[in-house]
Design a protein around this ligand. Structure first.
Ligand code: NDP
Ligand code: 2IT
Length: 453
């Protein structure tokens, strides 16, 4: 039956391979859940949950600094609000299309359920490329994007946030335009600046959370991150704060990357080097290869993620204990997964969404390494967005310590929920099954309770 549902998803939208991949991965976990809960079949929960509540698509016209008119496409996929208002990031990247945003929105539904907070799932974005654009161009783009999006969102309806290409700068411009159009200050976006309703620790949260998740997985083997050599991919928001938390916990980070290549620093990326990367990426908006001009302990390997010059990615062919993929989807193929295992990696915590292809996931499961799939391991970001919403609703702001300790507690709970569900369905240690089953069950119960709507 699940195969039939999957085929129908493919037949309806044959040009959305990432969405198919995300659906297949969840459906493959669900057989034992549906066997235990036949009512989920009767209520057609799977059929209902693979179809987004609604998809919005709109034109985003803007002008360059030279006065040339550009047209991009904007999207918001409001996937499912059974357990709370739509919640999820906005991605600005030239590769963005409806299939990618549907995959991200679908994942978000279950991820958000795992946080234990009342938030549904959504995702949006545009094929706009912020790279090489001036601040003013980015501002005009964000204003145009919001001039359509504003009528669809609201603090109890749909609350976007950041994702690839959308950080504090973009959220600020989007928020400013929303406020102007609606004439109301509302907690309608998360990831806001601290001076206008943002939460402490939200910028750090996804990376910190992914490391907390790894810490919990290691605990099951009575181990810690102290002294572990770690590979981190990406060099954006998630990668930076993954590196920071690994340093706090005594780990040694030896790689960072962007879509042009990666750096390997055998001496480890210490706090000063990380500060350099943060300035390079967040302020100068430069490329990671500039790291080697500053630090001679490192070497740079060019590997264009779009051309894929070899059938394996050399950044995963490095000796280490742990890997934190924190760039994008499908950045680890089957060969990369095998290379990681061959190089001694036995902990993989996914800061990115769906960074490992299905055949790579299979390698990790067969090898029985500690493998935390994105929807569990990177849920700390959206969870802290939920905490930002709670602070906005209560007109209050919490201390760094308070937010961080709640984030930590949420990650400990997600790990426990995924571990328990994996055990309950007969595959202890399989966090893929555990996360999918636990997230799905929560959404399914809410859908049943609310009738056929
Ligand atoms: P950023 O835009 O801050 O950083 C993205 C990083 O990944 C950059 O180094 C970028 O390199 C690299 N990258 C992007 N696309 C590709 C690609 N196609 N191939 C190779 N490298 C690529 O984004 P985030 O750090 O916020 O997001 C990273 C991942 O984490 C994404 O998968 C996102 O969905 C996920 N995530 C983010 C959350 C958040 O709170 N921000 C929460 C949960 C998950 P370049 O500069 O060359 O583009
Ligand atoms: O993928 C994700 O969970 C995010 N990009 C964060 C979403 C959010 O609403 O904070």
């Amino acid at each position: 039956m699940l195969e039939e549902i999957y085929q129908e998803v493919v037949n309806k939208d044959p040009d959305q391979p990432e969405f198919h991949q995300a659906v297949r991965e969840v459906l493959e976990s669900l057989e034992p859940v549906l066997d235990k809960h036949p009512e989920y079949r009767r209520y057609k929960i799977v059929e209902r949950v693979v179809e987004p509540d609604r998809v919005l698509m709109f034109r985003v016209p803007w002008t360059t600094d030279d006065g040339e008119i550009q047209v991009n496409r904007g999207f918001r996929v409001e996937f499912n609000n059974a357990i709370g208002p739509y919640k999820g990031g906005l991605r600005f990247h030239p590769s963005v299309n409806l299939g990618i945003l549907k995959f991200l929105g679908f994942e978000q539904v279950f991820k958000n359920a795992l946080t234990g907070l009342p938030i549904g799932g959504g995702k949006g974005g545009s094929d706009f490329d912020p790279k090489g654009k001036s601040d003013h161009e980015v501002m005009r783009f964000c204003q145009s994007f919001m001039s359509e999006l504003f009528r669809h969102i609201g603090p109890n309806t749909d609350i976007p946030a950041g994702d690839i290409g959308v950080g504090g700068r973009e959220i600020g411009y989007l928020f400013g335009m929303y406020k102007k159009l609606v004439n109301e200050w509302a907690g309608v976006l998360t990831g806001k600046g601290l001076s206008y309703g943002g939460s402490l620790v939200r910028p750090e949260a996804t990376g910190y959370g992914s490391v907390y998740f790894a810490q919990e997985m290691l605990k099951t083997r009575n181990e810690t991150l102290e002294g572990k050599t770690c590979l981190v991919s990406g060099s954006g928001n998630v990668a930076q704060f993954t590196t920071e938390k690994l340093l706090d916990l005594g780990g040694k980070v030896v790689t960072l990357s962007d879509s042009s290549g990666f750096i390997y620093d055998e001496e480890g990326i210490d706090r000063d080097k990380l500060a350099f990367v943060m300035d390079l990426k967040n302020i100068q908006r430069g490329r990671i290869k500039e790291y080697v001009e500053k630090y001679s302990s490192a070497q740079y390997t060019e590997w264009n993620a779009f051309d894929k010059p070899t059938d394996y990615d050399p950044k995963w062919d490095v000796k280490a204990d742990c890997a934190f993929p924190s760039a994008t989807q499908n950045e680890i193929n089957e060969k990369d997964a095998q290379n990681l295992v061959n190089n001694g990696v036995y902990v993989v915590s996914e800061g990115a969404n769906m960074p490992t292809v299905p055949a790579g996931v299979e390698v990790f499961l067969q090898e029985k390494i500690l493998y935390g799939p994105g929807k569990a391991a990177n849920a700390g970001g959206v969870a802290t967005s939920g905490l930002e919403m709670a602070q906005n609703a209560a007109f209050s702001s919490w201390t760094r310590k308070e937010v961080d300790s709640r984030l930590h507690e949420i990650m400990v709970n997600i790990h426990a929920m995924a571990a328990d569900a994996a055990e309950q369905y007969g595959q202890p240690g399989n966090y893929v099954l555990g996360a999918n089953a636990a997230g799905f069950r929560k959404v399914a119960e809410a859908i049943i309770a609310q009738g056929v709507v």
